[in-house]
Design a protein. Structure first.
Lengths: 311, 296, 455
């Protein structure tokens, strides 16, 4: 606290508190400028556009809440939103579990840790276009590596790219491959768990599983929570990989309903059907949904997230 | 006496042996698991690599090794596309995006952590709220802004807004600043250092690792981004690698003659530089993340 | 330069030079109306540098005709997002290469410039282009695009499969749908539960317009205003075409199998005996003639249920976006790319290339009738390979009976509506009636909205 100095402020000059406020504002001013130009401005503009019939090519006309009424009647909107939520419900817990498992393994590796970390992080730095192309073939029911692998253990693999029921699970599988960023975050969090806590737990007779539940998870719950929020937001916006796989030049039949995620449908409305106004309304709906979900997650977090500082 | 002693020693030895055995078994299990997982994660890459070296009619066969080895796939990619220019563009844009966001977020996060002022927490809440904003909401208006500035068809829109920071990174770096003892800064204040000097000379050097993490995360994000280049770049010589890869996919893959081996070879080329970068930087990267102590 | 040299030259030399210059001048006037065609020209959506010889030779022709013009290509297919944002920002390409089925959408919404002035200035003879194609790019009596290829559909037949089943080409009769089912059953091969040959591929969803027309109706009214997607004849056509997948065990094994064919390679599905019969565009005959000249093949027209030959014509066109910065050059480019001499030069290059490779030349099929007459009159000669010679004659005959989707302002959405409907049926998500009812509603709403906007 800077209280001790504030006592000796000279007359006629600004207080230390004011100085600190000004300096603080100066430091965050770049964000402020950016916020108005690249966030608030465009947001308001897009909110405005959502009340028009803008098609990018000609000037927009005001059409009231017609776009929002359309949202309610559009059968594809509900379907695509359902697809995205279904995906998020599968993706988020699985990514967190797999990433934690991998992080626990990697945390024990002594030699060649760099090699293994790189191996698991690699998919995350592979462009989505490459991932989409690659997995279209890995998931091919006849010749794909996935089903060949399953065959080795005696399982007849499903039609990942041909059966509408298996399209989304296939995409989740693909998404698990890019789990690297989350692994790295967990790995870092694991390093910060004090060893003494494990020792204490061992003395109390806790086995490995109990140590995981009672020490590890509570101690990294902050990071778990952070990744949960980030992954939820990200998974509801899945786009590029799936677009490359099923919606590029090849109009893939099986995925036309099952793989139509919210952002893909939004993209189509905006750029293929030239309904930028409607797409803007869709974007705002998604924003509202994400906001609500995040608030819910924040509320629930108080029950399970442990902050060191709060002791 | 000796008998008892011997028996005790034997029992001890046996215990020791059992413990060793258990340890070996456990270790064996652990390494098997590690190797199994690594293979699982590496297999797609291996498939990509070998398939990219196969001739067209064999791309999808089940052979592990390409026979004959079709190096010409790579030569064709190299000849048909300005890969080197795209690589240069990607590196340039990635570097600019990463360096600007690192510096600006370092500055902004300091503003949100060291100083105490009215509305600070409200403003910071606003920062966090922007994390939830789907990119598509602002995509077109942002495009119109860059267009007004006459910067469409340049690389500037791909990194320019990073000058003003980015919510996730502001959040990450702020966590780090908050973990530094405040006395450190106060001492400097007493010595007459300006706020900027405190940041520049004390805060910044101490957060070096955190800044490296931000740099690498943003470099990676820029490296794989497709949407921005797609909107802002129309000239082939300005393309970044993901956009270049998309045009290869359109030309040779789905939209073209389904020459998948060419698309796969291009995918390999696109992935290699960043593998090298990450492998070299991962040590600093790991330390950086560990010390930022992301605690939600 | 010339005048400087001529001062020292003999009288005879002078005469030759004058003559040459004169001829050059005439030649240049013939090729273009010779306004100022120079500067730079950006082209979007066309593989002008890395494409096949038909593309590159023609680009070379344009470059030779306009040496002062610097042409650059954004390769790959037309990306709608890229195109739209560039038009919206006022920095569009000078020329775009665009599917005729969606060209009208952009035209009606004002993203393209009518070519009326261009056609007048450059003196482009629109009567040389095929009417079906020109109609597709004509909106309110104004032409918005210069048609490029003219793709048409015929049956491509694997005669080995027929032989195996003890059938002949004469047994294939697309006018008799019951016999088609039998043919499909006879040609489909499933070994140990794995599909190893598809009997008859109906090419759904993309050829739904063909099946509907075979059953007597178009998907969209002539004036482009009324969708006819849930017409009972369309429903019946979709149901029937879809039923052809049953023998193969449904749509799923079919796709998994089809996705891994070496479609453009020498081990393609015809050579590898993985497909019996399918309706396909003629460009695929060109591919086969090149990579598999000895494959056991045959070609036959696709007929409607009355036995009349029909074909669904598709292709792209050249158009000029609003804000095109070099319109004179753009116009000259479009004219030259689609001029008979240019097409002939490209066809010639292909003929030479094929001769060198020892494969068969089956020509180029353009939307320019004059060019096609020259190509198939002079360049494409009977090759001695009866199969492909017959294929060439088949497709030339089929072209006369082609239909296309009429110009309309909701091209993409209209196409998406019927394609998705077909997909929903193929995926077993809806019946043909349900799917097409939904599609009809979507398509009609989109058409109404787009038309009301444009008026």
């Amino acid at each position: 606290m800077a209280t001790s100095k504030s006592v000796i402020r000279p007359q006629g000059r600004i207080t230390l508190q004011q100085r600190e406020t000004l300096a603080g504002l100066a430091f965050i001013s770049p964000w402020f400028i950016g916020f108005f130009i690249f966030t608030a401005g465009p947001m308001l503009l897009s909110l405005g556009l959502s009340f028009t019939n803008y098609d990018v090519l000609s000037p927009p006309d005001f059409i009231g809440i017609a776009n929002y009424e359309r949202l309610l009647q559009d059968p594809r909107l509900g379907m695509s939103l359902g697809n995205s939520i279904f995906y998020a419900l599968l993706h988020v817990p699985l990514v967190m579990t797999v990433a934690l498992g991998l992080a626990l393994i990697l945390n024990r590796v002594g030699k060649a840790a760099g090699f293994f970390r790189t191996a698991f992080y690699l998919p995350s730095v592979t462009p989505a276009v490459a991932i989409g192309t690659l997995w279209l073939w890995l998931l091919n029911p006849r010749v794909g590596l996935v089903n060949r692998g399953l065959e080795l253990i005696g399982i007849a693999g499903p039609g990942w790219t041909t059966d509408p029921n298996w399209i989304k699970p296939g995409i989740v599988l693909m998404s698990l491959w890019s789990v690297g960023s989350t692994v790295i975050l967990y790995l870092a969090a694991l390093r910060n768990v004090p060893n003494e806590l494990y020792e204490a737990a061992r003395i109390d007779g806790a086995n490995a599983w109990q140590q995981l539940l009672r020490v590890t998870i509570p101690m990294i719950s902050g990071t778990l929570f952070f990744t949960m929020i980030i992954n939820t937001i990200g998974s509801l916006q899945i786009f590029a990989e799936v677009y490359t796989m099923f919606f590029g030049n090849m109009n893939s039949g099986p995925a036309s309903s099952a793989g139509l995620f919210y952002n893909i449908y939004l993209f189509r409305q905006a750029f293929e059907f030239l309904r930028m106004g409607y797409a803007s309304a869709m974007a705002w709906l998604l924003f509202a949904i994400i906001l609500i979900l995040t608030i819910i997650q924040l509320r629930f977090s108080k029950r399970w997230v442990y902050y060191e500082g709060e002791g | 006496m000796t008998a008892v002693n011997e028996a005790g020693q034997l029992a001890l030895q046996e215990k020791q042996m059992r413990r060793d055995l258990a340890k070996t078994v456990e270790r064996f299990a652990f390494y098997s698991l590690l190797i199994f997982c690594t293979i699982l994660f590496f297999a797609p890459f291996l498939w990509l690599l070998t398939a990219s070296l196969k001739i067209r009619s064999e791309v999808f066969n089940s052979d592990l090794l390409p026979n004959p080895v079709a190096w010409e796939n790579y030569i064709r990619v190299w000849q048909a596309t300005p890969m080197l220019i795209w690589l240069k563009n990607s590196l340039l844009v990635g570097f600019l995006a990463a360096i600007t966001v690192t510096i600006s977020c370092g500055l902004i996060a300091f503003g949100f952590s060291y100083f105490r002022f009215k509305w600070r927490n409200t403003l910071f809440g606003l920062v966090l709220a922007t994390m939830m904003l789907p990119g598509v909401v602002t995509m077109i208006p942002t495009f119109l802004i860059w267009n007004q500035l006459g910067l469409v068809n340049t690389h500037v829109p791909l990194w320019g807004s990073n000058i003003f920071g980015s919510a996730v990174y502001i959040f990450m770096i702020r966590q780090f600043y908050l973990s530094l003892p405040r006395e450190l800064f106060e001492a400097a204040r007493v010595d007459g250092a300006s706020y900027f000097q405190i940041w520049r000379l004390i805060a910044l050097p101490l957060t070096r690792t955190a800044l490296i993490v931000v740099f690498i995360f943003e470099f990676k994000a820029s490296w794989v981004d497709l949407v921005k280049p797609l909107i802002y770049l129309q000239r082939t010589d300005l393309y970044t690698l993901p956009l270049g890869l998309k045009s290869i996919l359109d030309q040779f893959g789905q939209g073209g003659e389904m020459q998948w081996e060419i698309v796969l070879a291009a995918s390999v080329i696109v992935t290699i530089p960043v593998i090298i970068i990450f492998f070299l930087g991962q040590r600093y990267f790991m330390d950086g993340i560990a010390t930022t102590g992301l605690k939600g | 330069m010339w005048s400087f040299r001529s001062k020292q030259a003999s009288h005879r030399f002078w005469t030759i030079i004058t003559l040459l210059a004169l001829m050059l001048g005439v030649f240049a006037t013939v090729i273009s109306a010779q306004d100022d065609v120079s500067g730079s020209l950006s082209v979007l959506g066309f593989n002008g540098e890395t494409g096949d010889e038909i593309a590159t030779v023609r680009v070379a022709q344009v470059r030779a005709a306009y040496p002062d013009l610097e042409i650059s290509f954004t390769e790959g297919g037309l990306d709608e997002q890229q195109f739209l944002t560039s038009v919206a920002s006022g920095t569009p390409p000078d020329v775009v290469y665009i599917d005729r089925a969606i060209l009208s959408t952009y035209a009606i919404r004002g993203a393209l410039i009518p070519l009326t002035d261009c056609i007048a200035n450059q003196d482009i003879d629109m009567s040389q282009y095929r009417e079906t194609a020109v109609n597709q790019v004509t909106v309110d009596g104004e032409v918005y695009g210069i048609p490029e290829f003219y793709n048409n559909i015929m049956l491509i037949i694997n005669t080995k499969a027929l032989d195996d089943a003890g059938l002949s080409v004469d047994d294939i009769d697309t006018s008799d749908w019951d016999s088609l089912v039998e043919l499909n059953d006879a040609l489909t091969r499933v070994e140990d539960g794995t599909l190893t040959r598809i009997g008859f591929d109906p090419k759904l969803p993309e050829f739904l317009p063909l099946w509907a027309m075979a059953n007597g109706t178009a998907l969209l009214s002539e004036d482009g205003r009324t969708a006819q997607l849930n017409d009972p004849r369309v429903v019946e056509a979709l149901e029937f075409a879809h039923s052809l997948h049953e023998t193969a065990g449904g749509r799923q094994p079919f796709i998994a199998f089809r996705d891994v064919w070496d479609f453009f390679g020498s081990q393609n599905q015809m050579v590898a005996d993985q497909l019996g019969v399918f309706p396909m565009e003629q460009w695929y005959m060109n591919v086969l003639a090149d990579v598999a000249p000895d494959a056991p093949l045959s070609f036959k027209p696709f007929t409607d249920r009355n036995g009349e030959t029909i074909s669904y014509a598709t292709g792209s066109a050249w158009a000029m976006p609003r804000g095109s910065a070099n319109q004179d050059a753009a116009c000259a480019f479009m004219k030259t790319m689609t001029a008979p001499e240019t097409w002939v030069a490209a066809a010639q290059a292909r003929a030479e290339k094929r001769a060198e490779a020892g494969t068969i030349n089956t020509g180029v099929y353009t939307a320019n009738q004059v060019a096609d007459e020259m190509i198939f009159g002079e360049i494409v000669q009977p090759s001695g390979n009866e199969t492909f010679d017959n294929g060439v004659q088949t497709i030339l005959a089929v072209q006369e009976n082609a239909f296309a989707i009429p110009a309309n302002p909701a091209g993409s959405e209209f196409r998406q509506a019927w394609m998705d409907a077909a997909n929903r049926v193929l995926n077993g998500e809806q019946t043909a009636q349900e799917a097409l009812d939904q599609a009809q509603q979507e398509a009609q709403a989109a058409l109404d909205e787009a038309w009301s906007r444009s008026e």
